[in-house]
Ligand binder design. Structure first.
Ligand SMILES: Cc1ncc(COP(=O)(O)O)c(C=O)c1O
Length: 416
């Protein structure tokens, strides 16, 4: 069997829809400056799909620092991996500031959150150790665990009874192997918006011996009094042994970091394969991240504004009878019932007739018969944007419930 002929017959679970979906439902092109108004398919749309939570992407002071750093350093600098020739005082400064901000002894930069997380898991555990993890963990956590040749124990999403049972099983297992236990969960789950039950997990440390790794990609900058994340929000930052945040969301950049006690960070610096064997984070990203972190620290009103929009949107949806699940964060899912063709009709209607762009998920990503719309409010949305969107959602829900979208069949985007 030729690998290429096999692939050409089956493009994979998402790729199989490429013909109908490419360029419209998947890989859509949002054009123009990052903002709440961007062009899609030739027209300006109201955008609810960017993780630019605090609106930092286009703040003039952020753009100025990004541009100046690119001018001063170019994109090449520094050359080589951190360990070999890519170390700079700016990387170290950013690490110190990040560690301070999330109340950990030390931090280490990662070029990408995804690869970084894979390597963190890979380097923290060996064959004798066990991992206990939440069933809705992000793909980067799942991929990290694929490298783990020891045992893993999964608990249903946020089910603390089961988490405790899995910890009992894992404890028995590591007693025999002589290994330890790593529990992995998320601060904020990026699809449903609910928080990992960090407080309850940390409480379980009284009963079991384990270390806790938290992916706070969506919580960093948005949750907690100072924006230090979900650990701060739940008052258990100290109980998080390894804290992970990315720059791809509230920081509106790229790159990520891991923070922990000093010795653990030193160990990671010398063992994280995603960093040892990869080029250092480019200087403009480092300088730009320093500026973003400063703004998160000194301009709390950005987070306050984000939460005004979040509350208006989420309360408005609930008042209008929408099911938004158990979100406790800015991530705002809207759960509807309908088929895949109905989901395409609804999306098309929202985008073309209401000029609203948001992400929509249907089967096979979520169970058959469900449609999930995911709205990401930001500090740069306005209450008028919220009002307009709530009115539009009321109209599309009425159409969905009355069967209007079911009559249309699959939208052919080649005509869109
Ligand atoms: C929960 C979570 N973890 C990790 C990542 C990966 O981070 P990055 O975009 O920095 O690779 C993402 C997505 O960006 C995410 O949502």
């Amino acid at each position: 069997m030729d690998i290429f002929s096999k692939i050409k017959k089956n493009f994979g679970p998402l790729g199989q829809y490429a013909k109908q979906a490419h360029g419209y439902y998947m890989f859509p092109k949002l054009e123009g400056e990052i903002s709440t108004r961007m062009h899609f398919h030739g027209k300006e749309r109201l955008i609810w799909s960017l993780n630019n939570y605090l609106g930092l992407a286009n703040l003039p002071e952020v753009r100025a620092v990004d541009a100046q750093a690119a001018k001063d350093w170019g994109l090449a600098s520094p050359m080589g991996a951190r360990m070999m020739s890519g170390q700079t005082k700016y990387h170290e400064q950013l690490e110190r500031e990040l560690a301070d901000f999330v109340s950990k002894e030390a931090a280490y930069l990662l070029n990408f959150g995804y690869q970084g997380m894979v390597s963190i898991i890979d380097s923290l555990v060996d064959r004798n150790d066990a991992i206990v993890y939440d069933s809705e963990a992000h793909a980067c956590i799942i991929d990290g665990m694929r490298l783990h040749i020891g045992k893993r124990f999964v608990f249903p999403h946020n089910n603390m009874e089961s988490c405790e049972k899995q910890l009992e099983r894992a404890s028995k297992h590591v007693k025999a192997t002589g290994g330890g236990i790593l529990v992995i969960t998320e601060g904020v789950f990026g699809m449903s918006g609910d928080m990992g039950n960090l407080k309850a997990i940390v409480e379980l440390k009284k009963k079991f011996n384990f270390r806790l790794l938290v992916d706070d990609a969506h919580g960093f900058g948005t949750m907690g009094k100072t924006g230090a994340g979900t650990g701060e929000e739940q008052g258990v930052q100290d109980g998080i042994d390894v804290y992970f945040g990315t720059f791809a969301k509230a920081m509106a950049g790229i790159g990520a970091f891991v923070a922990a006690e000093e010795e653990i960070i030193r160990y990671l610096m010398y063992n994280l394969r995603s960093q040892i064997y990869a080029k250092s984070l480019p200087m403009p990203m480092v300088i730009g991240s320093l500026k973003r972190l400063e703004l998160i620290r000194i301009r709390p009103e950005l987070k306050d504004k984000l939460w005004i929009i979040v509350r208006a949107l989420q309360n408005g949806l609930k008042e209008r009878g929408f099911n938004i699940g158990n979100t406790q964060s800015p991530v705002t899912p809207v759960f509807l019932s309908g088929s895949v063709p109905e989901a395409t009709q609804l999306t098309y209607d929202l985008r073309e007739n209401f000029n609203i762009f948001c992400s929509i998920v249907a089967y096979p990503v979520i169970p058959k018969g469900s449609i999930m719309i995911r709205l990401i409010p930001t500090a740069v949305h306005t209450l008028e944007d919220v009002k307009y969107t709530l009115d539009a959602f009321e109209k599309i829900k009425h159409k969905l419930d009355s069967g209007e979208y079911a009559r249309g069949g699959m939208v052919d985007i080649s005509e869109a």
